[in-house]
Design a binder for this molecule. Structure first.
Ligand code: AMP
Length: 432
């Protein structure tokens, strides 16, 4: 049967493969996330990548960009409306309530690493499939110490990536009592300006006025500069909470910038909202004009899912973005490349014994490279060269009969025949 070949080999728009040669960056990020999680006692949780769409629609809010424009939603064959998760928090709270995790010691500190999906216009640092490492402190009460602990964990993580010139932007977006007061002030301010605003902002005025502060459109910037400040409208409880968070940060000597325009756009947030940026500049002079991490408090989310607990705070780091900064600012991963040994066989008798011999070497702690499927010496040497091997172990007809092997230093060509029973020691002796 003849089949037509697949012509289009492109991965879907905004979705990328992570190739073997890029994995060292990802390993580094995962390793540091594990380190910080362990250090601050966060337990790992993995939730499904698909959720019922309603989980996000009801919690993030119907009028948010993510739900309105960016979520990948589809109907399964059995008719369920499913969504590829656009973020981690809603799924984690769903899981927390579903599995009764509120019965465990509170607050529960959880972390996750995994892919998220948003149908955005791809550009630098913005993809349709991207990865987040996120941290959540759920349950307990709404003590500002948890907000500070969460921010601290993310700050320390970014520090471990050796990203310099970090800046923490922070704001409070109040609660159900004080936010409507601010919303009204904001709308009063914008009312006469409406005709001059971009289309999105005119829509935001009707649906989600706080998002006016989020607008990146050039024509709206001049009006944003003198908007009323939400901090002036906070009720006394929110004010006290925010002061508490800032005091903890000051005690930690963690500097911050109050950012009156930081609202983080999702319905489930209340009080603290924060984002981390870097002022580092890439080697080619470009600046990174995106947030590396962001998060906030989400007390109403727990209530929405019917939890007995009523407080939560969390944040997520964008893995592609931190990797981009690390690569473009030439951060040294400090990896020591380990020395490589390449096994070469010559002739059928030697080949027959090779697989088990290599197994013995590996069992003895020598990670051996090989290309056993190739029989010609020249081809095997070429493979050793491609792998940039330091030593070759050459096992030929004569050696197979004599139970010996040649250890050849590929950098200087010096070689020595050694008995097989001594080869492990001989190789280890040569490793620096
Ligand atoms: P958010 O909650 O949307 O602020 O996301 C938290 C972090 O995830 C951001 O600070 C980014 O580092 C990262 N992030 C969000 N959206 C994207 C995207 N489309 N592509 C790459 N990274 C993203």
């Amino acid at each position: 049967m003849s089949r037509s070949k697949i012509q289009n080999l492109q991965s879907p728009k905004g979705m990328h493969d992570i190739l073997p040669q890029e994995q060292m960056w990802w390993d580094k990020v995962r390793k540091e996330v594990d380190y910080i999680a362990d250090y601050y006692n966060f337990s790992r949780i993995d939730t499904a990548i698909l959720e019922r769409a309603e989980i996000f629609e009801k919690s993030l809010g119907e009028t948010t960009d993510i739900v309105e424009k960016q979520m990948f939603v589809f109907k399964s064959r059995s008719g369920d409306r499913l969504a590829l998760r656009p973020e981690g928090t809603a799924s984690i709270v769903r899981s927390y309530v579903q599995h009764g995790l509120s019965h465990l010691g509170q607050p529960l500190k959880l972390f996750y690493i995994g892919p998220m999906f948003r149908k955005e216009q791809p550009q630098s640092g913005r993809f349709r499939q991207f990865h987040q490492a996120g941290f959540e402190i759920i349950g307990g009460d709404d003590d500002p110490v948890y907000d500070a602990q969460l921010i601290l964990a993310i700050y320390r993580l970014l520090e471990r990536f050796k990203i310099k010139n970090l800046s923490l932007h922070i704001n409070s977006i109040g609660c159900r009592n004080c936010r409507p007061v601010y919303r009204k002030k904001l709308l009063d301010y914008y009312r006469d300006l409406a005709p001059k605003l971009c289309k999105d902002c005119r829509r935001r005025m009707k649906q989600n006025p706080l998002r006016l502060l989020d607008c990146k459109n050039e024509q709206c910037q001049q009006y944003k500069a003198s908007t009323p400040m939400i901090l002036d409208s906070l009720c006394s409880n929110c004010n006290k909470h925010f002061k508490g968070v800032l005091e903890f940060l000051e005690e930690l000597k963690l500097s911050y910038q109050l950012d009156h325009h930081l609202v983080r756009g999702l319905d489930y947030y209340n009080r603290t909202a924060f984002e981390f940026f870097t002022d580092s500049v890439a080697e080619d002079g470009t600046k990174f004009d995106f947030a590396l991490a962001g998060g906030g408090r989400y007390d109403y989310l727990l209530e929405l899912f019917g939890s007995r607990q009523s407080s939560g705070v969390g944040g997520a780091v964008g893995m592609e973005r931190v990797i981009e900064v690390m690569r473009k600012t030439k951060i040294n991963l400090g990896l020591r490349s380990r020395q490589k040994v390449f096994f070469i066989h010559i002739g059928d008798v030697a080949k027959k014994k090779s697989l088990s011999l290599i197994e013995e070497l590996r069992d003895a702690g020598i990670p051996v490279l090989e290309s056993l499927g190739k029989d010609s010496l020249a081809a095997q040497l070429r493979s050793a060269n491609k792998e940039n091997a330091d030593y070759a172990l050459i096992f030929g007809q004569k050696e197979a009969f004599e139970d010996s092997i040649i250890v050849r230093d590929l950098k200087n060509g010096v070689q020595e025949t050694v008995p097989l029973r001594k080869v492990v020691n001989e190789v280890k002796k040569r490793f620096k």
